[in-house]
Design a protein around this ligand. Structure first.
Ligand SMILES: [Zn+2]
Ligand SMILES: [Zn+2]
Length: 129
């Protein structure tokens, strides 16, 4: 399956050739701060993703084990990569619609913001599942 997506301003675009898993919505503090809210993503093999507009893509080392890619022009939170695992999580909101995807789980509920509740029926986990 081939899909594509873009940041808000269009400086960074990407193509993915992979089967997508269900969407994971992460409520951890890092996702909330870098995206402004919980961050929805799909994890795919790193080699399945072709990124264009690398000049406008900056990687932020959000921890010793992961980095996050965002557009330097518009600030869109596009990617999360756990280093050395060969996989990359793509911001589900940056995919071209319709995606046909559904939400599979919510993670890091322990860090969830106090300004919202989750009425979604997908499973919820306190940390990572
Ligand atoms: Zn952009
Ligand atoms: Zn997170």
């Amino acid at each position: 399956m081939k899909s594509n997506g873009t940041c808000e301003c269009g400086a960074v675009t990407y193509e993915v050739e992979a089967e997508f898993p269900d969407v994971t919505i992460c409520h951890c503090g890092q996702c909330q701060r870098t995206s402004g809210h919980a961050w929805a993503s799909v994890s795919v093999p790193l080699h399945a993703v072709t990124i264009k507009g690398q000049d406008s893509l900056k990687w932020y080392a959000s921890s010793d084990i992961a980095r996050r890619g965002f557009c330097t022009e518009c600030g869109s939170s596009l990617f999360f990569e756990r280093l050395g695992k060969g996989r990359i999580a793509i911001g589900a909101g940056t995919l071209t619609q319709p995606t046909g995807l559904k939400t599979g789980k919510h993670i890091f509920l322990a860090d969830k913001g106090d300004h919202y509740d989750i009425s979604c029926s997908a499973p919820q986990y306190d940390t990572y599942e």
